[in-house]
Write a protein that binds this ligand. Sequence first.
Ligand code: FAD
Ligand code: NAP
Length: 329
Amino acid sequence: MTDVEHAQLAPFTTFGVSAVCERLITVGTVDELREALRRYPDARILGGGSNILVTQNVEHPVIRVALRGIALDDLRVTAAAGERWHDLVTWCVDQDLGGLENLALIPGTVGAAPMQNIGAYGVEQEQCFVQLTAVHRQTLEEVVFTKDQCHFGYRTSIFKEEARDQYVITSVTCQLTDHPHRLHTSYKDVAEELLQHHAPLTIRDVYEAVVAIRRRKLPDPAEIGNAGSFFKNPVVDAETFSRIHSQHPEVPSYPQADGTVKLPAAWLIDQCGWKGARHGAAGVHDRQALVLVNHGGATGAEILSLALEIRSSVQAHFDVELHPEVNIW
Ligand code: FAD
Ligand code: NAP
C-alpha cells in the first residue's frame, strides 16, 4: 500500500486535468483495501480514471484500486479489479476464448467495467457477466453479486444507482466461449471491417477488427485528453421521436424492445454545430461530437462548463435532455 499526501491526479485520469487530492492511497490486495477503507471511510474510488472529470481539488482521500491477477476455471475467467480491461480481453483472445472481443480497447480497469455495464460494437458487459466480488464500505465484508443482483441497464448498474458509493468492486468473473460461431459481427463498422476476411471468422479476427476501428476513429487519450463519450445516448419515448423525425427525417435511430427509441447523442450535438468547437483549451473533438477534449491545460471546470452549454443547446434545439456518462468529481 502506498499513501501519498497532496497528490496530483492529472496522471491518473485520461482527461489529464490538473487537480490535487488530500491523499492518494494505492491498494494491491483486498486486505490493503479494507485497511484503507477503515482509515478513510469517505475516500473516493479510482480505477484507470477514464470515466472521471475532476473539476476541483478533491477534499477527500482517493483510493486507487490496483489489485492484480487473472485466473481461468473451465470457461470462466476471474480478473482482479485493478487489471486493465483491455489486457483481460487480450488475455482471453490469446487463449482462443471468446465473449469479450467486441469490448477490446475500452480503457480503464476490470473493477470499473460493471459500474456502467460497459458496451461497444453491439455487446454489453452483462452478456458475459457471471458475478463480481465487492467490499462493503462500512462492514468491510467481501460479498458476491450475481448478474441479477447487479441490475444492469444501458450504461448503468446498481453501483451507479441504489448501491452508489456503498461497495468497492474487487474482482469480476465472465463466462467465455470456445465456439467461434457465437461471434457478434452485425454492428455496421465491424461488419464492414470484416468484409475482406474469408470465412470462417475467428475470435481474433473480430478482436483485431474492433482494435483497428477504434484506433482509426476514436481519440487516443495518450495523445489528447478525453474520457470517451461525455454524455449517454438519450432514449426517448415514441412521441418525442416522432416529433424529431418529422423535423429531421434523417435522424439516426435505434428502436428499443419497449417502444422507446435510442438517439445518438453525437448526432444531436453535431446538429447544434458543436463538432470541433473550442472554448479555450476545452473542446469538442473534430470527428466525434460526443467526445469532449482537453487540448492541453484546460481545467475540469472549463470542460464542465462547455458540457453544460452543449446540454443546454441540445435541450433548446430538440427538447431532449442529455445526461453525463462521465462521473463528475
Ligand atoms: P474510473 O474512471 O477510474 O472510474 C469510473 C467510476 O467507477 C468512478 O465513479 C469510480 O469511483 C468508480 N470505480 C472505479 N473502480 C471501481 C471499483 N473497483 N469499485 C467501485 N467503484 C469503482 N465506455 C464504454 O462503456 N464503452 C466504450 O466503448 C468506451 N470507450 C471509451 C473510449 C475512450 C477513449 C475513453 C477515454 C473512455 C471510454 N469509455 C467507454 C469509458 C471508460 O473507459 C469506461 O467507463 C471504463 O470502464 C472506466 O474504467 P476506469 O477504471 O477508468 O474507471
Ligand atoms: P457509431 O458507430 O458512430 O454509432 C453512434 C451511436 O449509435 C453509438 O453510440 C451506438 O450506440 C448507436 N448504434 C450504432 N449502431 C447501432 C445498432 N446497430 N444498434 C444500436 N445502437 C447502435 O459509434 P462510435 O462513436 O463510433 O462508437 C462505436 C462503439 O463504441 C459504440 O458502441 C459506442 O458505444 C462505443 N464507444 C463508447 C464510448 C464511451 O465512452 N462510452 C466511447 C467510444 C466508443 P451504443 O453506444 O449504445 O453502442
